[in-house]
Ligand binder design. Sequence first.
Ligand code: FES
Ligand code: FES
Length: 152
Amino acid sequence: MAIINLTINGKSKQVDVDPNTPVLWVLRDHLDLVGTKFGCGIAQCGACTIHLDGTAVRSCSLPVSSAEGAEITTIEGLSEKGDHPLQEAWIEHDVPQCGYCQAGQIMTAAALLKDNPSPSDEEIEDAMNGNICRCGTYLRIKAAVKTAAQKL
Ligand code: FES
Ligand code: FES
């Protein structure tokens, strides 16, 4: 066990955990930030996507010791009132079905739009490609990303 200092959604947090613990478990089990979901646990589905210094990463496969000193953003911290243009577009397009994958989808899309505010269809498909949705909401996700890009 070790004391790990983290910055999550703009706030300083301290946890006493095995340094190899994946960030996902620290978020969910130690900090009660359960918006980030566990899907596969092996970096294959994208359900656990968060931002590390603005880059989309898979928190299930990121040891918490590697996140010290970085700025972590989770779905809870994407916007203060749930009004990020992506969140509004998700509602407008009625994207979620079961909802399980959607936090990861939005975090991946947010990283895309931060780097590329006006992505082409192909760039959206490439960026979102690794986020699996068992409910098949891909067409709505793509439409919502485009709507959000227009608002940005
Ligand atoms: S739970 Fe992390 S990629 Fe699937
Ligand atoms: S909305 Fe059900 S897995 Fe994506």
